[in-house]
Design a protein around this ligand. Structure first.
Ligand SMILES: *Cc1c(COP(=O)(O)O)cnc(C)c1O
Length: 406
């Protein structure tokens, strides 16, 4: 068993390939499986319904799929978790955790900022839960008799706010803590190592990494895994085997993708901070964004996501989104190509406006997911786009930006 992270990324979930005589994961698209022995089949149904990791027969596609299970095993290994459960989206994964901890009719404590969809899911109470929002140091006071989960995200979407996971776990006491680990990936951060009960991903982002798969995954302890799997069986929020196959294919390059994008993000963050059209940069690799020294400890590196505020408010931010040429103006993140988006108008549009303002999701904030393009090309694109922002309110579509030729 290789121990190095790079080796594990290449071989995780593939340990039995030689026995099987294959070189890439078998893709099993079966919706049902032959059951010659009725007694054995019935026992397998029982085991899977109780949330077992596998049974002799998969019985039915909603109960178990071998291709999906391989990718889950790989994620569990990378997250230092007892197991992992895959879903059709990140939101389905978060919903399953809430249902597994019994959130309906109960209370959840959550730290803002969270991904807009998660914030909305908790705020609307559509699952029947109540939420108390609080700062990290207020978690213990926010816990009530029926609190079933503490939910945090670090780095937080979209402001890259960092949370000390071990500190939250200590404050949460007996209440399980779920960490949305989408931005960090298991390459940079493993929440279970710091006492979290659940590490949740939108695998649509870095784990997929190529903008072509929508998926989610929950990594947790074996007993909690059974509960999450039961929810998946009952609610049917499955990951398609083809998508799992693509996710498994993306895994060997995860560290390379994150590391390359991260080194470009550090350069871009520093240059943005020195740019006259930029008011403020939020990037975990810059001292003022990491007052508690999370980077280098809990989080091995600052990551490849950054956000910045432009001079000139919404109008200027909107100009920058319009002016980028190589960088794609689009929501989502973690892909090989760089993306830029406006959180207040797009991903966090559903969040209460006052809460957005309080947590820095302002009208002049842009979020960049740095991809694998050459850093000088990325900087050239951002710099030419920012020259449009410097025109401010006077800019119109047919004007040339200052200092940039056609
Ligand atoms: C995108 C995202 C989600 C939601 O994931 P989907 O795959 O879109 O359902 C949850 N958390 C974070 C941090 C995200 O960026």
């Amino acid at each position: 068993m290789p121990q190095g992270l790079g080796s594990r990324l290449v071989h995780a979930g593939r340990d039995d390939f030689r026995t099987l005589g294959v070189h890439c994961p078998p893709l099993d698209r079966s919706t049902t499986y032959p059951l010659a022995d009725l007694d054995a089949g019935g026992r397998d149904v029982d085991r899977l319904a109780e949330g077992a990791h596998h049974a002799d027969s998969s019985v039915y596609g909603r109960l178990h799929n071998p291709t999906v299970a391989r990718w889950e095993d790989a994620i569990a290994e990378l997250e230092h978790a007892g197991g992992a459960v895959a879903f059709g989206s990140g939101m389905a994964a978060i919903t399953a955790v809430l249902l597994a901890v019994g959130a309906p009719r109960r209370h959840v404590v959550a730290v803002r900022p969270l991904y807009g969809g998660t914030d909305h899911l908790l705020t609307t109470g559509i699952l029947g839960s109540r939420v108390s929002w609080c700062a990290p140091h207020e978690v213990a006071d926010a816990i009530e008799d029926d609190t079933c989960l503490v939910m945090v995200e670090t780095p937080g979407n979209p402001t890259l706010q960092l949370v000390d996971i071990a500190d939250i776990v200590a404050r949460a006491g007996d209440v399980p803590v779920a960490v949305d680990n989408t931005f960090a990936t298991p390459i940079l951060q493993r929440p279970l190592d710091h006492g979290a009960a659940y590490s949740i991903h939108s695998a649509t982002k870095y784990l997929g990494g190529h903008g072509d798969v929508t998926a989610g995954v929950v990594a947790t302890t074996p007993d909690r895994c059974a509960g999450v799997r039961q929810v998946r069986i009952l609610t049917g929020a499955l990951l398609d085997p083809q998508a799992a196959w693509l996710l498994h294919r993306s895994l060997p390059t995860l560290a390379a993708r994150v590391t390359i994008a991260q080194s470009s993000a550090q350069v871009l963050a520093e240059r943005l901070a020195a740019h006259p059209a930029v008011v403020r940069v939020r990037y975990p690799g810059m001292g003022d964004s990491d007052p508690d020294g999370i980077v280098g400890g809990q989080m091995k590196g600052p990551g490849a996501m950054l956000a910045f505020e432009v001079e000139g408010g919404y109008a200027a931010a909107s100009q920058v989104m319009k002016a980028v040429e190589m960088i794609t103006p689009a929501v989502s993140l973690g892909s090989v190509d760089s993306l830029i988006e406006h959180p207040a108008a797009l991903t966090h549009r559903v969040v209460d406006e006052q809460a957005r303002d309080e947590h820095g999701v302002t009208a002049n904030l842009l979020r960049v997911s740095v991809g694998m393009e050459d850093v000088e090309d990325l900087w050239a694109d951002l710099a030419q786009a920012l020259s449009w922002a410097e025109l401010g309110d006077t800019a119109s579509d047919d004007e040339e930006p200052v200092g940039v030729g056609s």
